[in-house]
Structure formats: C-alpha cells, structure tokens
Design a binder for this molecule. Sequence first.
Ligand code: 13P
Length: 279
Amino acid sequence: MGKNVGNILQAAQQGGYAVGAFNIHNLEMFRAVTDAAAETHRPVYIQTTPGTVRFIGAGYLVALFKEALKQAQVPLILHLDHGDSVEIVKECLAAGYPSVMIDGSRLPYEENVALVREVVALARKQGAAVEAELGEVGGTEEKELPGSGSTSLTDPEQARSFVAETGVDSLAVAIGTAHGVYRGEPHLDLDRLDLIKSAVNVPLVLHGASGVPDRQLRDAISRGICKVNIATDLKLTWARELRRSLDEQPKETDPRKVLKPVIAAVKQLVQDKISLFRE
Ligand code: 13P
C-alpha cells in the first residue's frame, strides 16, 4: 500500500481511532477540509467521487492537493471515492492520486474479486493504496436519497477470502449504514463488525456515516473501523449556510463575502467529526 496511506491507517488501527474522510465538491470545501486538518493537527482524507473528478478535473485536484500538502504540515490523502471503472482509476493514478477506491460491490463476488485484483496491480506500480467494498452499503454517494441501511451485509468469511484473493489494502464493510439522509435511526451490526475484524487484518472503512448517531460511530471505531466516510453532512451544511448567507446579505454580490461563513461552517463540521473520530 502507498507508504503514507498505509502508515496513516495502520496508526489508526493500532491507536483505536479513525481517520475522517470527507467528500469535497469545490475549492471552498477543499479548503474547509484541509484547514480543519491543519488546525486540529490530524490527518484527513480528501475524497472525490468520479462525478467530482469530472466536474473539477483530476489534474486540478492533484495540483490543489500538492499545494495543501506543502502548507498543512499534517498528512493528507487525496482519494478517489467509489471509483466505478478501471478507466477512472487509471486517470486518477496517472494524475497522482495516492489512494483509490474501486467499487465492485454490486457485482457478483468473482467479478468483484477480478476487478479489485486488476486495480490493485495498477495501483502497486505507483505505490498507491486501494480500498474495495464487499457487501452493499445502501443508497448512492452522489444523491441524498433517503438511506435505509445496507442492502446486503458483509459476510465475515467471504471478507476473509476477498482480502486474501485481492490483496486489497483496506475494506469497506456493509454493517447497516447507507449513503444519504436516513429515514429512521440506523442500527449498526457491531457483532458482525467484530467477526469481520477477527477475519481480516486490513483496516476497515465505514461508508454512509452522515446521520449515524455519535455513540454508534464511536462504538464502531472502538471495534475496528479505521476510516469514516462523510459526504451528505457536508453537502447539507454547505447548502444550508449558503442559503442563509445569501438571505442575510441580499445585496451582496462578492463571492468571497458570500462564501466566507459557508466555508467556516463546513470547517467547523469537519473539526467536530475529526474530534469525534479520535478523542
Ligand atoms: P454519506 O453521504 O452518508 O455521508 O456517505 C458518505 C460515503 O460513504 C462516501 O463514500
């Protein structure tokens, strides 16, 4: 696995805490996340979906990432979240991403294994790390559709063979979370998490963490989750604060003045999550 990425996740695994992984969609959200990391002196993942890669461009994202690395003095990882094809993985690796996810969770087991093996071989050539998913976290990371929990939970024994057969560096598990806004309170299957944790030794990742009560998140972290993905909470905060800012300054047209309180609110949210994931 990429040396830095590996060190960061292994330190989390040994230390019993989780690294926050935050999905960004524009420069302001990028800055909110990296400033939060710098101020809390904690590493973070800056995550981009294929949609965000298309929206901003892999080259621009890597250029921003390199600049942030110079300034932050804290480990940062630029990560492709839910890569949905070998092509997007190749594009991100070629641009300089140190970490990618290939999501074959909707494929039959053998096809998921074959896809992940292919991506692991590509990533190894560049020393990049690979995350994959087994079982299916409900909803989609691109939409705020109501999530109703994982659609197919990770089988611990299958996780053992999946990790052995693919050589993947970290594993996203389906234990009851879903992407998007929950309809009711989610209930994580922590007994299943214990079984997965004893079956595999790679760091485990929790997707769909927006809206999961703090207590459940902390329990999941204490039982082996090393990376926690948050997207929807950032988008909700972003949209709510942008509306508020425009409403409160109806005559203001300067984007810098409109966006300043929005960036501050997203940064605060990220700082709160970072503190929750590692007390
Ligand atoms: P949420 O949108 O529920 O925070 O999920 C984020 C995620 O898992 C991104 O991969």
